[in-house]
Design a protein around this ligand. Structure first.
Ligand code: SAM
Length: 230
């Protein structure tokens, strides 16, 4: 088991509570809107976790569409499966697998929320995800949602708390790391930010009709675009 899967597996219940908070739900709704899904579409979610995006994706594709979620971490997927069973969705499926070697050939759209910061080579993963949606009839849309430090006037004041939150959510961090992250310049959120930037550059290089939206006092960004189909 990888350190990422072990960390999220151990914290599945807590993660699900945070992931389904109402303000986070509003970010999810906007991210799904950025995919411009039509009823009947097939959408893949990389790193679907406990399935917090599934209700929004299922609503957008309707009963005639298909939603497939992929994640490394079994305890999170069990929660996602519980959600699917409770809702009685027959066209929503989650599978255990690595989003950097996805066993999926094509889709109309792809979503990854708070995932690329955990990948060793996010640019490479995003390039593969672009290939995956490029074969859709009019090109496919891809949306990346990630948190970085804020440059919003009110958000800037909360950047130390953001760094501590990132450190607390890093699979290998200790309580001392979380305390250190409160100090400006500690650099503990830097790897996450660099991976998010690399993923956004990779999507920007391939996608047209791009949109970028910041939410949550400037901490959360949604970058979306269409690949292929010209
Ligand atoms: C911060 S959580 C986000 C979960 C979900 N996308 C959400 O918004 O609630 C990161 C997720 O990425 C998954 N993950 C990390 N690396 C992965 C990989 N290489 N392949 C598949 N899933 C991965 C973790 O298991 C975890 O569920």
């Amino acid at each position: 088991m990888t350190a990422v899967a072990e960390f999220y597996g151990d914290n599945a219940a807590l993660y699900d509570r945070v992931a389904t908070l109402p303000p986070v739900g509003r970010w999810r709704a906007r991210a799904v809107a950025a995919l411009d899904l039509d009823p009947g579409d097939t959408v893949v979610e990389m790193g679907c976790g406990t399935g917090a995006n599934l209700p929004y994706l299922r609503r957008a594709v309707g009963p005639g569409g298909r939603v497939v979620g992929l994640d490394l971490t079994r305890p999170l997927l069990e929660r996602a499966r519980g959600r699917i069973t409770r809702e009685g969705w027959v066209n929503v499926h989650v599978v255990q697998g690595d989003a950097t070697e996805a066993p999926v050939e094509t889709a109309d759209a792809l979503l990854a929320t708070f995932v690329v910061g955990l990948l060793a080579d996010p640019a490479d993963a995003v390039a593969d995800w672009c290939d995956l949606v490029a074969g859709a009839a009019e090109g496919g849309r891809l949306a990346l949602v990630d948190a970085t430090a804020s440059d919003h006037p009110a958000g800037r004041l909360l950047n130390p708390a953001f760094r501590a939150f990132v450190a607390a959510g890093a699979p290998s961090s200790s309580p001392a790391d979380v305390a250190r992250a409160l100090v400006p310049g500690s650099g503990l959120a830097a790897p996450l930010s660099e991976r998010v930037r690399a993923s956004r550059r990779a999507l920007t290089a391939r996608a047209r009709d791009r949109r970028y939206e910041r939410m949550g006092l400037g901490f959360v960004g949604v970058l979306s675009g269409r690949v292929g189909g010209v």
